[in-house]
Design a binder for this molecule. Structure first.
Ligand code: AMP
Length: 477
């Protein structure tokens, strides 16, 4: 047993005040739902629909971070043999009531749901693990060699209280493995996401806990309930209800008073059955082996009904080892989920979901500099005839495989050259009225500023040669 388990951390979460009803003050309603995207006021008298609160546009400037994350995910998924899968956004309400749980905040308060024209109760998915389990059953994947491993990416919807890093539409990347209860699977998923985040520049710490099996939890729940009954006057109204229905939920509450009461609550690790304890120890040993930093958090239970045994959360840490305000991911083992949806009894599973907005935010906060793809040639043109001829020349370039950009919509040569500079190209081609008449193109070396007039019909061969020489001199390209 790694001795870390004997030293549980009792760090109290920075309290976040949660309001009973998700209702925005008027002045907040008028503001952008994303503090990073301030709304530009319109001239008086004009009305353009604004974004719904808690929804945001992902603007072109930010896309590079998303691309970095997607590419790293794809490459990690390939390495660890997780296959891509996509699910519909709309699912039957029943899917989440049966899995996430009727008494969870997600189902009780945060569902975007409606009755469709055929009278079916449908919801915009609040998460995707339940969809993954449904797909595993629907497509008979239990007949495939196990474990079956998926990864996915896409938007989820929760009518949550919006704040920095918390939106009503948010994107997740998920990895799920069905059909194996081996602790190496839990460990592999954790090691993989840890490495994924590390490759894009994020240092993280994993908070680990085990919540045992349904059976082993019973005695703990009774103990927990009697502890909280003695503190009834210190907990919020929601928690008083939770105390009657599901006392484990009390540990999830973020209200200040409840967080303080939680600090002295009994710890589930003391109540684990032997098998769950061994399972957990094995995972910790694997993590030790792989050098993944983790902290035990004996009060971590996570907000969904379907977890058993392993639960974990991923937190970014800064240079001083301080934890961020929000978890960037979380997951765990869900050995009963497939059965809960009518699949084969005892089908095990384990997975993780990462919040993409929070990762992008962390990348920006850490000033991780994304390196844009290198472009070699910029094509500038002036006047209508140059634009017409230019279209054809540009297409020739594209087909030749030379990386090239243009700005057919942009006016002055100055603006176009500025863009070329921003892209860091090696050469800019300039085509004006005169060059069209002469059948020539000006080639400007961006490094030296030297310009040369060349035969337009030979431009591809000329540029191939010039690029070969220039790249031979520039070791960074
Ligand atoms: P969950 O599905 O609640 O286990 O959340 C997994 C991860 O998704 C979290 O750690 C967050 O990074 C992200 N996440 C969950 N809810 C939101 C939200 N409302 N806005 C942004 N990210 C979220």
């Amino acid at each position: 047993m790694p001795n870390k388990i004997k030293a549980p951390v009792k760090k109290i979460e920075k309290p976040i005040k949660v309001e009973e009803k998700i209702e925005e003050p008027e002045e907040l309603k008028k503001k952008s739902s994303d503090p990073e995207q301030p709304v530009v006021p319109l001239p008086k008298g004009r009305k353009t629909p604004e974004l719904l609160r808690g929804f945001r546009d992902i603007l072109p400037d930010e896309q590079i971070y998303w691309e970095i994350l997607r590419e790293a995910t794809k490459s990690m998924a390939e390495t660890y043999s997780f296959d891509r899968i996509d699910f519909p956004i709309l699912e039957k309400e029943e899917l989440f009531i049966r899995t996430v749980g009727k008494q969870t905040d997600i189902v009780e308060k945060e569902i975007y749901g409606f009755e469709d024209k055929g009278g079916d109760k449908v919801v915009m998915r609040p998460e995707m693990t339940a969809s993954a389990a449904r797909a595993y059953i629907n497509h008979g994947m239990l007949n495939l060699p196990q474990p079956v491993k998926f990864f996915y990416e896409g938007p989820n919807f929760r009518y949550d209280r919006p704040q920095a890093g918390r939106y009503r539409q948010f994107y997740q990347i998920g990895f799920e493995a069905f059909g194996s209860s081996e602790p190496i699977i839990d460990a592999q998923i954790i090691v993989m996401v840890y490495n994924l985040l590390k490759t894009i520049g994020l240092e993280t710490n994993i908070r680990m806990n085990s919540i045992g099996t349904q059976d082993s939890r019973q005695a703990y729940k009774t103990e927990l309930a009697s502890y909280y009954r003695t503190k009834k006057n210190q907990i919020c109204e929601d928690c008083k209800r939770r105390l009657l229905k599901n006392p484990m939920r009390l540990l999830d509450c973020k209200v200040e008073g409840c967080v303080a009461v939680k600090a002295d609550a009994p710890q589930i690790l003391d109540w684990l059955d032997e098998e769950s304890k061994n399972h957990f120890m094995r995972i910790l040993e694997f993590l030790d082996e792989a050098g993944v930093p983790y902290t035990l958090d004996p009060h971590l239970v996570r907000g969904l009904d379907y977890y058993n045994r392993t639960v974990f959360e991923i937190w970014t840490v800064n240079d001083e080892g301080e934890r961020a305000q929000n978890a960037i991911g979380g997951g765990g083992r869900y050995d009963g989920l497939v059965e809960l949806l009518g699949g084969r009894e005892g089908t095990p599973g384990c997975g993780v979901a990462l919040g993409m907005e929070r990762i992008v935010l962390a990348l920006k906060e850490l000033k991780v500099q994304p390196t844009a793809k290198k472009v070699d040639v910029f094509f500038a043109q002036l006047g209508d005839s140059a634009r017409r001829v230019g279209l054809k020349v540009f297409e020739d370039f594209r087909q030749s495989g030379i990386s090239v950009r243009e700005a057919f919509g942009k006016g002055s040569l100055k603006t176009q050259l500025e863009l070329a500079n921003k892209l860091g190209v090696l050469f800019t081609l300039i085509l004006g009225q005169k060059e069209v008449l002469d059948g020539t193109i000006i080639v400007r070396d961006m490094e030296s500023g030297a310009q040369e007039i060349v035969d337009a019909s030979k431009i591809i061969q000329i540029m191939k040669k010039k690029l070969e020489i220039a790249k031979g001199l520039d070791t960074k390209r």
